[in-house]
Ligand binder design. Structure first.
Ligand code: R5P
Length: 283
């Protein structure tokens, strides 16, 4: 019998996945020594030969915990370890933008490949990076169906992507909700500042849902919301897969948007959309 083993970063998603799959959810005993180092122990009678480990690799501490969880599980006889990485840290450093830079995403994947028997990620910024992993099966799942289910019958009139590259996401969510979709034009000015080009989109009196893969500083969504409000939108809801919400982003977003919600790949007070069903389908 397979069991779910969830790390400290993914308690909510791990539990939900276990319920969907009707299997037991095992919580590793993971804690920190006074010097900050990680300690992991799994009780022997809690494990099984086949485990599905759910744990983020962001921030770095969670990656160390994941490595120790795999080691602890293997020491107790786990033979097949599927690693579900809800949010793969460093996935945006997917090329050497300047000479001499570390190719961080590749380093993370190389280490995961050496530990896991199967790797499943969710909404990678560029799913193509999984082609670097040659030795084990990999799969990147999409959160759009979960986002679409969540907003069905919620009164949304229009789904928008904040930039052209994300149009497919808006199209899929729009199709699932049964409303139109479009995209804005975004230019990144700095790490936290973006410019949304004035748009011709008809947002007047509409309830608009902006969908993105990641909200980090919130700069993208705030600029997009301001433009939509200028165009007369009745309400603006922001939904993302990975809610990083760094440096007070969530507070700023709450003051700008009518609602902010994310999936539970990263757990926070707004991670109300579960991607457990998407994972359960492929396990
Ligand atoms: C960029 O291409 C991504 O899809 C997100 O739009 C971006 O990471 C969001 O970052 P921030 O919240 O800092 O604007």
């Amino acid at each position: 019998m397979m069991k779910i083993l969830c790390g400290t970063s993914s308690q909510n998603l791990g539990n939900d996945l276990a319920i969907k799959m009707n299997v037991e959810c095992v919580h590793a005993n993971a804690k920190r020594f006074p010097d900050g180092e990680c300690y992991v122990r799994i009780e022997r009678d809690l494990l099984d030969r086949e485990i599905v480990l759910v744990q983020n690799t962001h921030p770095d501490d969670n990656f160390v915990e994941l490595l120790f969880m795999v080691d602890a599980a293997r020491s107790l006889g786990a033979e097949k370890v599927t690693c579900i990485i809800p949010y793969l840290g460093y996935s945006r450093q997917d090329r050497r933008f300047n000479p001499g830079e570390a190719l961080s995403a590749q380093v993370m994947l190389r280490h995961l490949e050496s530990e896991a028997d199967r790797l499943i990620t969710i909404d990678l910024h560029k799913p193509e990076i999984l082609s670097w992993v040659k030795g084990i099966p990999t799969m990147d799942l999409h959160a759009e169906p979960a986002v679409g289910r969540f907003f069905r019958d919620s009164g949304v009139d229009l789904v928008l992507a904040p930039d052209k590259g994300a149009t497919k996401r808006a199209e899929e969510v729009g199709r699932l909700i049964g409303v139109e979709y479009d995209h804005l034009i975004k230019t990144r000015l700095s790490g936290s500042e973006v410019k949304i080009t004035p748009s011709q989109i008809d947002a007047k009196d509409k309830s608009v849902l902006i969908v993105d893969d990641i909200i980090s500083t919130g700069g993208t969504i705030i600029a997009a919301t301001n433009e939509l409000k200028r165009l007369g939108a009745r309400s603006v809801i922001a939904a993302c897969t990975h809610g990083l919400f760094i440096a007070g982003a969530l507070e700023k977003l709450k003051m700008t948007c009518d609602r902010v919600v994310s999936t539970n790949t990263l757990e926070s007070e707004v991670s109300k959309i579960s991607v457990a069903e998407e994972i359960a389908k492929v396990i």
